[in-house]
Design a protein around this ligand. Sequence first.
Ligand SMILES: [Zn+2]
Ligand SMILES: [Zn+2]
Length: 118
Amino acid sequence: MVLDAVNEMHRHVTADQIYTFIKEKYPSIGRGTVYRNLGILVEEGKVRKVEVPDGSDRFDFTLENHYHVECVKCGEIFDVDMDVISELEKKIKDTHGMKYISHDIFFKGICRNVRRKK
Ligand SMILES: [Zn+2]
Ligand SMILES: [Zn+2]
């Protein structure tokens, strides 16, 4: 049910938005149930958790690694249409003993919806 919601909503949604979405169809569902199942789906790799540097986590139906852009005006998260820079970790000069395993890039922008309103 939770997985369906993430796929159906087709956006980068917060846990709260997923809960509200499911609750419309299944009014008796509890917030804890939705959050718990969301956590399980992330652990199972069926939903991707996007950690937003200065906002709540978003949940993403696109599983392969990709970058995001956050609209600084409305807070909406969008996918960035570019290839992942797989050699980025190799550019680190002094690793300080850290083994780098992955990276995320978060761009900032102003989305079309906001710009159109002006
Ligand atoms: Zn926006
Ligand atoms: Zn995404």
